[in-house]
Ligand binder design. Sequence first.
Ligand SMILES: [Zn+2]
Ligand SMILES: [Zn+2]
Length: 388
Amino acid sequence: MKANCWYGKQDMRVVDVPDPNILNKKDAIVKVSSAAICGSELHLYNGFVPTMEQGDVMGHEFMGEIVEVGPEVKQRRVGDRVVVAFPISCGQCFFCKKELYSLCENTNPNAWMAEKFFGHSPAGIYGYSHLTGGFAGGQAEYVRVPFADVGTIKIENGFSDEQVLFLSDIFPTGYMAAEQCNIQPGDTVAIWGCGPVGQFAIRSAFLLGAERVIAIDRFPARLQMARNGGADTIDYEETDVYDTLMQLTGGRGPDSCMDAVGLEAHMPGLLYYYDRIKQAMMSESDRPIALRQAIMACRNGGTVSIPGVYGALIDKMPMGAVMNKALTIKTGQTHCQRYLKPLLDRIAHGDIDPSFVVTHRMRLAEAPQGFDMFNRKQDGCIKIVMTP
Ligand SMILES: [Zn+2]
Ligand SMILES: [Zn+2]
């Protein structure tokens, strides 16, 4: 089959790889109908995530039709149309029973590697380095889905792929990030980053009762999409973000601040170059520019929610601000399985149509060009959906 594979920094190739097989009785094989490129994959593309190997199959946002099931798959059968959650979770362990699916302790065969970096291992993730299991991803014609009963949701109501595909990651990710803000009536939520997750975070914040959302980015198409979702916007290359947020909130700061940017942040100013240099010298792995600003701008007693991906170490973390302002910090890989059903219900009720985020459609064979375009934010690119 064809699959989009990682071959090195900014080197993706669509090549022939062996078809996947059932390896475990709880596996299913899914014939992919649509797969998206995720912003978090740019960190792999740009070589910021260790333990990638040549030939690794990319992709953790995909859906399709089940074409084969293992003997212990009980809830799904051949022919089911499903969306697959990006973390791989057993449904039975200490963490899965608490619905902390992205922390499943049974699905990362390379847990020892992750423990070296993090102290403990998170769950396995499709197509996201060997640190999270080395699982082949869904930017392919077929994919093996372990624990298919737990990690899939069946789609029955005739939705288009683009309406439900983002249940795989970015809709739940934006939603969980907004939920972590514990939004109260009258609240203002500030969101750094108007990429796909930021866009869903904006709409989720309103779904959860925010009075105002202020979205921060520099790309006109992204800011426009944020305004389409009801947000006020700040272009950080034109105005000082902290000062503008204070003006907009009576000097107190937003009730919650969200970093939907993660480790490859940009920002004018000296600190950005400080981070670039430290990152290049490998003495800091991540550039936490948006995070620092979110912490500094957040009102006293507020919440900083971090859906943005971080890999390892950051520098100049304003911990004094966190402590003295009594901030709550919430983060985590998304417990995607927890949100599949409630958010599919939201879509069915017409609260949101996730297909708004799609700006580009292409064939799987064009995946390398898609990554390049998305990485450079060319042509107003916000979300690419590929079909085999
Ligand atoms: Zn993703
Ligand atoms: Zn588990």
